[in-house]
Design a binder for this molecule. Structure first.
Ligand code: MOS
Length: 761
């Protein structure tokens, strides 16, 4: 790597969140290159061990029995038959399970990982249809599975709320919406709506969705005395370790959770009852235990996206300025979880308007705790908001992209803060050009190919930037100049380790071959959850902090005999495998040389990221413009997405290849949200009746067309590495882009997801 001079270079050389930019923004190096995933070959060769693949001597296998009532008590448990069945090691129910504290709700403390705070198999109470009521350990999986069929459970059912319509009659006000006020009002929006020249006012509905990562939820557990070892498939190793320590009342130092490979997370790979029950059963049986949920099991005890009913009302002037934005509604939830599906968040930041009313409530049901699922809130919130905007554009007779230009705000429309970086209109313009938007007829039903009506639609994508405090990183430099950076974070297949190797190579001025990124182990310096599209920026902040300590330590070690003598942090930069003066190329010494002269074999430094002050100082969000072309059969109503383009503004892109895959993956999931995915929840019994991939339809290869991805690559001056998260934005706006394209093709507005063919004929 060579030195790049830059007149505007910040002389302090350091990043102060909310004040000065990351100096890396002007010195990219390996960053951005489309490097293939470093874990790719291991996976392709079958050498990467997943949670259910760790070998242990004397291991036994777990299977679960699920309740078939939604609320009540267990009155009788007959486990005799199962206990006598071949190969059965143990049957565990609430009657013999070890005593454990209840989990606490996710992120309510540094050791809280519970998706729900209900006790796990500690009493006879049933809280949802599908709750685990017994666990069988077998010498083989098949023996455990068979024995579950011999367990007889009798229940005394209590009245349960399993109908959303019924639950809606008793709405509950939230105290907080993920730290934000649940109701946000500016001016009198209802009055402004009535007084406006043009209005749209509609109800949009989105269904339940279940997590269906390819890798089933699994864990391998082993106790050694009071030390607990968990091989998990998780996106929160630290929280899981802390929570298990708390529940089993052991020293947190004695719990080690590792998760080097995860076959898809999307918010679903958290701490659920299966890991807790496996730990309990392993303790009781004094043997290592493997648990891998069946696909049905994932539907029974892993939460998903909850049902929403949303009103969006927009009032506008004839020229397309917004007088009123109203986005309100209700979601189904339980009393024992904390995921309110924040669908009103996008409207807080996207468009300029004179008045706002944004509010949401919850309706409590007796059901599995819902949880985070790729862009919780934003995915379904953008469906409603962006469909409404398309309806407004149609009523106004203004092109939908032109309308967005007219309502583009100069600063955050509700907080009044400056945007750290926003290029939404640029994303629309470049997307429209590449997609051929000019070929779209503003009038529906104008383009046809035999029985197929063809239409185009667009919608805005958006997702907030967030960085978690407390993330730490350790840098270890060896005598041969190899650098290992360690932090307890996750790579669920999205390329965390690959992008961080590129980042570290660029930041420390070494080749990517000389970098190892160590992650996926709760014994490493404190990491962050892989959630909320926050991990990359959080790691970035920690690596920046650790680099500063690293450079300072090296300057101390270099001493007076070095060309670096007398220089301080602000004078130097890592480059070319060492440290050099920022402006004087002659003053340079390699890492190896510094270590050698100081008689050291290695240097180890650790630091915690600076607090995320940038989030207080600025409105920080990623944006995008989603473009969809559909073909809808005029005979059967069948919809085929024939082309899709996502144009994103998500800060600096750290790896063109892995980022493109992330965006595409989000869009694929969005096509499912738009057209096929729906959890069929039997409102009489609270039972999920399509608990399989045969009946819960995720998009398959034939449902997904060529997807084109473009991006602005505009570095965010407030974010570490200039990068905002990209894990979730891809799914946002997709539902609306598809629905708007269907309107353009057919003239039909479908405001209920998924848009199945019966709704179009
Ligand atoms: Mo994401 S739903 O925060 O894994």
């Amino acid at each position: 790597m060579t030195v790049q001079s830059d007149a505007q270079r910040d002389k302090s050389g350091s990043w102060q969140p909310g004040v000065t930019s990351d100096p890396m923004l002007r010195k990219h190096g390996a960053l951005g290159q489309p490097i293939s995933r470093i874990d790719g070959p291991l996976k392709v060769e079958g050498k990467a061990l997943f949670a259910a693949e760790y070998p242990y001597e004397n291991i036994c296998y777990a299977a679960l029995v699920f309740s078939n009532i939604a609320r009540g008590r267990i009155t009788e448990l007959d486990t005799m038959g199962a206990e006598k069945a071949p190969g059965v090691v143990l049957v565990m129910t609430y009657q013999n399970a070890p005593r454990m504290k209840a989990p606490s709700l996710m992120m309510s403390s540094p050791s809280s990982a519970g998706a729900s705070d209900l006790p796990v198999m500690q009493n006879d109470e049933i809280h949802w249809n599908g709750q685990a009521v017994a666990l069988v350990l077998g010498e083989t999986q098949e023996q455990a599975d068979f024995a579950t069929s011999l367990i007889k459970v009798e229940y005394a059912a209590l009245p349960a709320v399993t109908s959303f319509e019924e639950a809606k009659m008793r709405p509950r006000q939230l105290e907080t919406l993920l730290g934000q006020p649940p109701i946000l009002e500016i001016g009198d929006a209802e009055h402004a709506l009535k007084a406006s020249e043009v209005q749209v006012d509609n109800i949009y509905r989105t269904p339940r969705h279940n997590h269906n990562a390819i890798e089933l939820h699994a864990a391998t557990v082993a106790w050694k005395g009071d030390e607990l070892r968990l091989h998990d498939a998780t996106q929160m190793i630290d929280l899981t370790a802390g929570q298990l320590a708390d529940m089993f009342d052991i020293d947190p130092e004695k719990v080690r959770v590792t998760s080097p490979y995860v076959g898809g997370g999307f918010g679903g790979k958290c701490l659920w009852d299966h890991q807790i029950l496996a730990c309990a059963a392993a303790k009781l049986a004094k043997r290592p235990v493997r648990i891998m949920l069946s696909r049905e099991g994932v539907f029974r005890i892993v939460g998903g996206r909850t049902v929403t009913e949303q009103r969006v009302a927009l009032g506008a002037s004839g020229e397309g300025k917004l007088d009123a934005v109203i986005h309100t509604g209700i979601v189904a939830m339980t009393l024992h979880n904390s995921c309110p599906e924040q669908f009103t968040f996008p409207a807080r930041h996207l468009y300029a308007a004179k008045t706002f009313r944004l509010a949401q409530e919850v309706a409590d049901m007796d059901m599995m705790a819902n949880t985070f699922m790729r862009a919780p809130g934003e995915s379904v919130g953008t469906f409603a908001l962006e469909c409404a905007l398309d309806e407004l554009a149609d009523k106004l007779g203004i092109d939908p992209i032109e309308l967005r230009k007219r309502i583009e705000p100069e600063k955050d429309p509700t907080s009044g803060k400056a945007f750290s970086s926003r290029h939404l209109i640029e994303a629309y313009e470049s997307g429209a050009k590449q997609f051929g938007w000019h070929r779209r007829s503003p009038t529906p039903r104008q383009q046809r190919d035999g029985e197929w009506l063809i239409g185009m639609g667009c919608a805005t994508a958006t997702y907030p930037y967030h960085r978690f405090p407390g993330t730490a990183a350790r840098i270890r430099l060896t005598a041969v100049g190899h650098v290992t950076v360690s932090t307890a974070v996750h790579d669920m297949g999205m390329g965390t380790a690959t992008a961080q190797v590129q980042h570290i190579a660029a930041r420390l001025g070494v080749l990517t071959d000389h970098v190892t990124f160590e992650y996926g182990d709760s014994t490493l310096p404190r990491g962050v959850i892989a959630g909320g599209s926050t991990q990359t920026a959080s790691i970035g902040g920690a690596v920046i902090a650790a680099t500063e300590v690293f450079v300072e330590e090296l300057l101390k070690l270099a001493g007076n005999a070095s060309p670096l003598a007398g220089l301080s942090l602000a004078d130097v930069e890592p480059r070319d495998g060492g440290i050099g003066h920022r402006d004087d190329l002659e003053r340079f010494e390699t890492y190896e040389s510094i270590l050698r002269r100081s008689g050291r074999n290695e240097l180890v430094c650790q630091a915690e990221a600076a607090p995320p002050a940038e989030m207080q100082a600025f409105s920080m969000h990623s944006y995008g413009a989603q473009f969809c072309e559909v073909r809808v059969s005029d005979v059967t109503g069948e919809t085929r997405v024939s082309r899709f383009l996502g144009s994103f503004d998500a800060g600096h892109i750290l790896n063109a290849k892995t980022a493109t895959s992330q965006f595409k993956g989000g869009i694929v999931m969005g096509i499912g949200l738009a057209l096929t995915e729906e959890t069929n929840f039997d409102e009489r019994t609270g039972r999920i009746v399509n608990a399989s991939l045969a009946e819960y339809h995720v998009p398959v290869q034939m449902d997904v067309p060529q997807i084109d991805i473009i991006y602005t690559d505009a570095a965010d001056p407030q974010a570490p590495m200039g990068a905002r998260g990209i894990g979730e934005i891809g799914i946002t706006g997709v539902g609306a882009a598809v629905a708007n394209a269907i309107f353009n093709a057919t003239g039909k507005r479908i405001r209920d997801l998924p848009i199945t063919l019966d709704k179009l004929i």
